[in-house]
Design a protein around this ligand. Structure first.
Ligand code: ATP
Ligand code: MG
Length: 291
């Protein structure tokens, strides 16, 4: 496999107090290093999980990958080409984010169709007479009935809204999706259906996915590789099976031990995690079509 995205030395620091006060006291400005020299290479077509406790820098890494974090140092390379501090429209298009809370990122006054069509037009993804048909294709791609194009976000279920969030990202035909806790707010059965969809998109479109999650069972089920973060740094980065069966870094071991489902790992075969059992049950998509 070829490396698609490479992060080198990504460092993001946020001020946590008054720089002036610190200078008057002869101290360095107080800051928190949300990312501290993160190196990461992501192979095309892979699903990379990012785990670690709250505040370890996962969302900052996500924002850095899509070009939204204020980098103090480091860079992101796409197919070996450096993406500058200000990405070109083409560079922006190729790495898209799917957020945790789609309601916060969808305009409540616009119908799903208006949202998708506007994006397609602004980015000139297709000729203007093909915009409506492409919007319908996108709905089918995320397994939503095209009739929902006329619905506003508040009429959709949480799972449907998240599918629209994914459709919106796919509208720009990205190579990479960065999903930051994208299923965390959903019911377990709806989560499973969205995870199935992400897997399907990887197969059908060859998408590369960076999947950030608190849920280790979900990461184990979905991802090829797992990156463990602690205090803004990557402490372990290995294929998923190896990492879960034989964590090398003490922090990873602690993280796995703290997750009840993984506490049994040392004591023989693990019971099937809920996400895996849901996958084999092929839960149908959630919610009935509206309107
Ligand atoms: N805009 C900001 N201003 C100041 N500090 C920030 C900002 N964004 C993040 N931080 C700090 O950077 C660190 C990393 O935050 P980040 O949101 O990346 O963590 P996270 O791993 O995504 O956490 P969670 O699991 O809770 O979502 C935290 O200490 C956080 O308080
Ligand atoms: Mg976060």
């Amino acid at each position: 496999m070829t490396v698609l995205v490479e992060a080198a030395g990504l460092t993001v620091a946020y001020r946590t107090g008054s720089a002036l006060l610190a200078r008057l006291r002869g101290r360095p400005a107080p800051e928190v290093r949300a990312l501290d020299g993160v190196d990461l290479s992501i192979e095309r077509g892979s699903i990379v999980g990012v785990v670690g406790e709250s505040g370890c820098g996962k969302s900052t890494l996500a924002r850095a990958l899509v070009g939204l974090a204020p980098l103090a140092r480091g860079e992101v390379l796409f197919e070996g080409e450096r993406m500058g501090r200000r990405r070109t429209r083409e560079q922006t298009r190729r790495v898209q984010m799917v957020f945790q809370d789609p309601s916060a990122s969808l305009d409540p006054s616009m119908t799903v169709g208006q949202t998708l069509c506007e994006l397609l037009r602004v980015h000139r993804m297709v000729p203007s007479d093909a915009v409506a048909a492409r919007a319908e294709d996108l709905m089918r791609r995320v397994e939503l009935p095209p009739a929902l194009l006329s619905a506003r976000p508040r009429r959709l279920s949480g799972g449907q809204r998240q599918r629209v969030g994914i459709a919106r990202a796919l509208a720009l035909e990205p190579d990479v999706l960065v999903a930051d806790e994208s299923v965390a707010a959903l019911d377990v059965s709806v989560q499973a259906a969205i995870l199935n969809l992400l897997q399907q998109l990887r197969v059908d479109l060859g998408l590369t996915i960076v999947f950030i999650s608190h849920d280790l069972a979900v990461v184990r089920h979905l991802c090829d590789r797992v990156v463990v973060m602690n205090g803004g740094r990557i402490v372990e980065d290995r294929p998923v099976g190896e990492l879960f069966d034989d964590p090398r870094h003490p922090y990873t071991a602690t993280l796995l031990a703290a997750a009840p489902r993984f506490a049994v790992l040392d004591r023989g075969p693990e019971p099937m995690p809920p996400a895996a059992s849901m996958q084999s049950a092929r839960i149908p998509r959630e919610g009935a079509p509206i309107g």
